[in-house]
Ligand binder design. Sequence first.
Ligand code: GAL
Length: 726
Amino acid sequence: MTFSPPFAHAPRRQVLAPSAWRPTSLDRLLIGTPHYPEHVDDSYLERDAARMAECGFNVIRLAEFAWHLMEPREGAFDFSLFDRAIEVFARHGISTVMCTPTATPPRWLTMAYPEVLRVDTHGRPARHGSRQQADTTSPVYREHSRRITQAMANHYRDHPHVIGWQTDNELNTTASESYAPGTAREFRRYLSARYQTIAALNHAWGTDFWAQRYDSFEQVDLPFELAPSFANPTQVLDYHRFLAWATAAFQHDQVAILRATNPGWFIFHNLGQLRDIDFRGEFTTDLDFLGYDVYPFLKDEIERTGCHAHHQAFMADVMRGYAGNFIVPEQQSGLGSQPGFATPVPEEGEMQRMAMSSIARGADGVLFFRWRPAHFGAEIYWNGILDHDDVPRRRYEEARRTGTTLQRIGSRILGTSVRMDVGIAGADYDNQEAHTTYPLGLPSPQGASLPLHRHCFEQGLPCGFLHPEDDLSRLKVFFVPHWVIWKDEWTERLERFARAGGTVIIGARTGTRDANNHVIRDTAPGRSLSALCGITVEEFGLLPPLDGLGLTDKLNRPEGALVLPTRPAESSRRAHQLRVGDAVLPAAHAYELLKVRDDAADQVTVAGRWDTRFVAGQPAITIRRVGEGRVVYVGTYVTDALAALLLDAVLADLPIKPLLPHVPAGVEVTLREGEGRSLLFILNSRAEPVVVPDVPAGLELMGDRPHAAGALRLSAYGCAVIQVSP
Ligand code: GAL
C-alpha cells in the first residue's frame, strides 16, 4: 500500500500573532491517540495500526517518556523501536507527532548529574522514580535537553511521516518550583538582568518593610515558604515571573533546534495544570499553536467544580483566549487513575460529546488518551480506547464513530474561529500571579469569572476570554474580572471599545496595584480607570461567605498558623445585600463604596446600591455613558445571581442574544464561523435525550443530512453540527 502523508514537508503556513480569534495553521483536523510502543511488543503494532485506520485516525503521538530507550547511555542513540512503529502506522495512513522526552530523564542522567534534580521548599531533593523530577531552570539539564532534541531532530529530519512535534509533556504540571542552590543562582541572574541595579530591586520589592534591604544580588534568596513567616509578595511574584521565563527558555532551546532542522514541522505543547507559564509571552509565540489536555473529570475531583461539562467548556475558552484555536493532545476516554486518585468514567456517548465540546470551542484536533491502558507503572488503571485484554468494546466503537465522522467533516471545520459576543479579560500572567501572592481570600481573576461564564454557557450566549490587547472590536461586552495590576494603555483601548458602542464591565479591586505589586497611591481604581468609570472607590472590605462561616476560614492559611475563632451566627450578620432595581440579593467576597465623580455626574447613573446597615444607600454599581457605549463599574464580585441580573435586566438593551431561541438545560451551543461558513454546534451534556426547539435550517454534518428549521432531537450525550444555510 502506498501512502503519501498529508503534511510531509508541507511549507509552514504563515503563523499569525496569537489572538483569541486565530485559527491553527493545520491543513487537516488531527484525530488520533498517543501510542506507547515501549509498553507492548512489536506484535501489537500492525493490529493497532489497522484498528486506528478503521477509527479514521490520522495521527499518533510518540515517545514523550522514552528518553531512556532513545539514549540508553550518554551519547549512544537508538531510535529503532520508534522507527519500526512509525513505519507500521504510516503504512496504514497514520502520521506521527514526535515528542521531546524531557519530562522523564534516564536514570544514568540523574545519577551522573544529580544537580539537575528539583529541590522542594523544605530542602528535599526530588528522586528518580516518578516524573518531572528535573529542574528546567538548570543549565546542566538544559544542555542535556538540547542534546537529545538535536539527536532526535537529526534522526527524523527527512522522515516523510514525522509531521510535527510536541515539546516535553505538560511542563510544570507535577511540579513547577525548585529551591535548589542552582535555581537560586539562576534566579539572581534573572533579577540582575531585570533590575540592573540592586537599588532598583530594593525599590520594586519594597525592602524597607521588615528590614529586607539587600546590598547586592548575591544576597538575594528564593522565597522559601514560611521561613518563618510570609515572604515578600513582590519577591514571590518575581520568582513566578522567573519560573515562567525559565520554562519558556527551556522550551525555546528545543523549538530553535527543531525549526532549524526542519521548518516544515509544526510544533506545539500539551498544557496540563497551567502553572508558571506566560501564555501570551515567548512560550506561545514560539509555537504554531497550543495544545490542552482535557481531563474534566479529574478537575472536578480536585477542584470540586461540580459540572464537568461546564468546566471543560470554561477551560477550553480560557485556552482559546491565550492564542486562538488549539488542539487536544490528550482527552480522557475511560476510568482515570493514578495510585492516589480515581475519577468517574465518561459514559457511553460522552467521549464523543467531550471531543465535540472541545472542537465547538476552538480545538482543531483531538487525540484520545490513550490507545490502551498500561499493564505496569503508575497508571495501570488509566483506561484507554481498548482494554487491558486488547478487546475492542464500547469505547472503541465510540472512537470509531467519532473518528470517522471527524475525518469526513474536518475540512469544513478548519479555518473557522469561535464567535464571542461576551468577552472576559484573560491571559494576563502578571494578574493571575499578583493575585496569588496576596489573595485576601478572594477568588482569582479566572475563578471570579466563573459565574458570568456559567450564565453565558447556560443561556447559549457566545462567550470567551481574551486579553485587552487583543482585537476587541468583534465583541459587544467586555468584562474585566478584578485585575489588580492595570496599564493605562488598556484604559484607552477600553474607552475606544465603549465609544464605538461596546459595554465594558469593570469588577471591584481592578487597578489597585502597580506593576511592582505595590498598592497604588492614587484613589482606587486609579487615575485612568476612575476617569473612564466616572467614580472613585471610597472604602473596601471583605464579606464573609454566604454560608456564614467566618472569613478567616477562607484565607490561604498555612498549616499551624494562628486561627482566630469565628462564630457563624455573628459573621453571617456581617454579610451585605445589594439592591438592584427591585431585586435584593446577597453580595459575596468583597464590598466597595463608590462615589460618583463631580466631573462625571451628568453621565453616571447608579444602577445598584448597598442595602444593609452602615453601607445602606451607598452606590455599589454605576454606569457611565461613553460615546455610543457605556462603562459599568461593579463594586463587588459577580455572583451567579448578579451575572443574570446584569445581563438580563440592568443591561437588557445589550445587542446580544442566545445562539438559539430556547436552550434546554444541559445543552451546550456555540458557533464557529469564517471563510463563508457558520457552524452551529449543539451538544447534549446529559444522559437523557433532549428536544431542542427552533433550530435553524441547514446541513447537519455529523449525520450528513439536511435539517429543516424546527426541533432537533438529540440522544443522550448526542451531538449535532449544523452548517447553517446562508
Ligand atoms: C496527563 C499526562 C499523561 C498522563 C495523563 C493521565 O496529564 O500528560 O502523561 O499522565 O495525564 O494521568
